[in-house]
Design a protein around this ligand. Structure first.
Ligand SMILES: Cc1cc2nc3c(=O)[nH]c(=O)nc-3n(C[C@H](O)[C@H](O)[C@H](O)COP(=O)(O)OP(=O)(O)OC[C@H]3O[C@@H](n4cnc5c(N)ncnc54)[C@H](O)[C@@H]3O)c2cc1C
Length: 330
């Protein structure tokens, strides 16, 4: 495994549970998966689109959180639901068009005054998703890595092929299969183009809302206090270290204040910035290397589900020989 974010840790966990011996190589840098509070929100963005795998993904992630808890791993999380305030009737119609039947995904439309958390004035409707919630990205990812039983090598991989990996410094490791889960930063290091999107979270000394609120930006509880965040910088075709320009700070605060009147009380205690990569790749490439990457803003919603599917396919094909290739330099 190259990359130990939520994608790599999930694949390692799925493979480890199935009895595979896994070595996980991770540079420890710039993981988007360290997001302090990630939403498990199946109804996406400002269009209300629902990924065909969103409901299964949501349930898979919660199932793994439960498994990890039973194994003694504590992942700070809240399963109280997610509230999506909606500005007008047209947006509500769009959301309604995308929503699966309530038998597939529980959801309730509420008047803003009846919502389970106070909303700032101006919202026309509120969609309540009781199966959603938030979790601590770093804690979930670290717990999966530990529970996978993988040997973790703290290093940067510079080359990989179907049956081996080269580390910075020249050491080579052989394997029956290689899985690349380098995320945005790894894709940038490998010189791959893509759609890279940076965003930031302000860390708050207390949660501005008892349940996550999301439209444009999100506020949510976190392991300690709460967050206000979003992935909002303009997309770029190459990776760059994520930052928080002052103009973005003003934008973020404006979006937060539009969500909840309770944002005026909490103090900012820190900041976290990360970059996500869009363009899902899941499966084996022509070079024989397996990949799970490009999870966009759904790393925690879909990562475990897709990882499980990839691990099953990989183990199913493991008996068949893969063509050995020269290690390309990334
Ligand atoms: C601001 C923000 C908010 C977000 N909010 C949410 C949310 O609410 N809900 C949600 O589901 N998702 C959210 N996401 C998206 C989610 O964080 C990502 O989809 C997910 O973390 C991507 O995981 P990954 O494992 O693919 O990549 P990463 O987490 O980036 O991990 C990649 C790892 O691979 C390592 N690596 C890369 N290349 C190499 C190499 N050559 N050698 C060794 N190691 C290497 C890196 O150092 C890193 O540790 C958010 C993202 C951002 C930026």
């Amino acid at each position: 495994m190259i990359g130990g974010g939520v994608a790599g840790a999930s694949v390692a966990y799925a493979l480890g549970r199935a009895g595979a011996r896994v070595t996980l190589i991770d540079s420890g840098q710039h993981a988007a998966s360290r997001v302090p509070s990630a939403l498990l929100n199946p109804v996406r963005g400002q269009s209300g689109k629902v990924d065909p795998q969103a409901v299964a993904g949501l349930r898979q992630t919660w199932a793994w959180v439960g498994e990890l808890a039973r194994a003694g791993e504590k992942v700070p999380c809240g399963r109280e639901g997610v509230l999506r305030p909606v500005p007008d009737g047209r947006t509500r119609e769009k959301f309604v068009r995308h929503l699966p039947p309530p038998t597939d995904l529980s959801h309730v439309w509420l008047a803003p005054a009846d919502a389970p958390a106070p909303l700032a004035p101006g919202w026309a409707h509120a969609l309540w998703l009781p199966e959603g919630g938030w979790l601590d990205g770093a804690a979930f990812t670290a717990a999966l890595r530990r529970a996978s039983g993988a040997r973790v090598v703290r290093a940067r991989a510079t080359g990989w092929a179907a049956r081996g990996v080269t580390l910075e410094g020249g050491e080579s490791l052989a394997a029956d299969a290689v899985v690349w889960c380098g995320g945005a930063v790894g894709s940038g290091w490998a010189g791959e183009g893509g759609v890279y999107r940076a965003g930031s979270l302000l860390l708050l000394d207390r949660a501005p809302s008892p349940v996550p609120l999301s439209f444009g930006a999100y506020v949510a509880p976190a392991a300690s206090g709460g967050v206000l965040g979003a992935t909002f910088e303009a997309p770029t075709p190459t990776w760059a270290p994520p930052r928080l320009p002052l103009g973005s700070l003003a934008w973020l605060l404006g979006k937060g204040l539009a969500l909840t009147p309770d944002l005026r009380g909490p103090q900012v205690t820190g900041r976290w910035s990360g970059t996500r990569l869009s363009g899902l790749r899941c499966g084996q490439g022509e070079d024989g290397v397996w990949r799970l990457a490009g999870l966009g803003s759904k790393g925690f919603l879909l990562g475990p589900l897709l990882a499980q599917a990839l691990a099953r396919e990989l183990l199913g094909r493991a008996a068949r020989p893969a063509a050995p290739g020269a290690l390309p330099v990334a």
